[in-house]
Design a protein around this ligand. Structure first.
Ligand code: ZN
Length: 177
């Protein structure tokens, strides 16, 4: 496993559309392992292929489904991660305006309207299909990362940006994806 460099604002790769994964091989497994390690190191919420310079339809995210509702982490909590290959959002409902960040656009807190709940169909690293439903932050993350695979970022979607002083007391809900 190895840390990969996270592509930053201004790199044209962030505006390109990714191709589907066709080979579920050792190289894909290595990419996903590296992406999870890179995401954990950056203490982010999600990371998509183009953010590490790979133009394939893959992303990883923190699995927050087992976290307590009050956000208090149990002692010795080990974060778990989800991986999605060739993801496709097949259901969405509700609407929430909330702010979010992006590891490729540090310092920007973009207010974006997202569904409250989404169901995504994807493949695991072995090529096995699955569907997963995420709510709230996980739903937001799935949308954010799927957007990356089509070259769409928070800079394209923001209705407005929060200034630093406005989000100071809301920092706990800030995410970097
Ligand atoms: Zn992002």
């Amino acid at each position: 496993m190895a840390l990969r460099t996270i592509v930053q604002d201004g790199d044209p790769i962030l505006k390109k559309k990714c191709r589907p994964v066709t080979n579920f091989d050792d190289r894909l497994a290595e990419l996903l392992d590296d992406m999870i390690e890179t995401l954990a190191d950056a203490q982010g919420y999600g990371l998509a292929g183009p953010q590490v310079g790979v133009m394939r339809r893959v992303f990883v995210s923190l699995d927050e489904r087992d976290l307590p509702e009050d956000g208090e982490l149990p002692e010795g909590y080990e974060p778990k991660y989800l991986e999605f290959v060739n993801p496709e959002i097949i259901m969405q409902e509700g609407e929430v305006l909330q702010y979010e960040g992006c590891l490729s656009f540090p310092g920007h807190n973009a207010a974006i309207r997202r569904p409250q709940k989404v169901t995504v169909r994807a493949f695991d690293r072995h090529g096995k299909p699955f569907t997963l439903t995420g709510e709230d932050m996980l739903a937001r993350c799935i949308c954010h990362e799927t957007n990356h695979l089509d070259g769409v970022t928070i800079m394209d979607l923001a209705e407005f940006f929060y200034e630093d002083q406005e989000h100071d007391d809301e920092d706990e809900s800030a995410t970097e994806e």
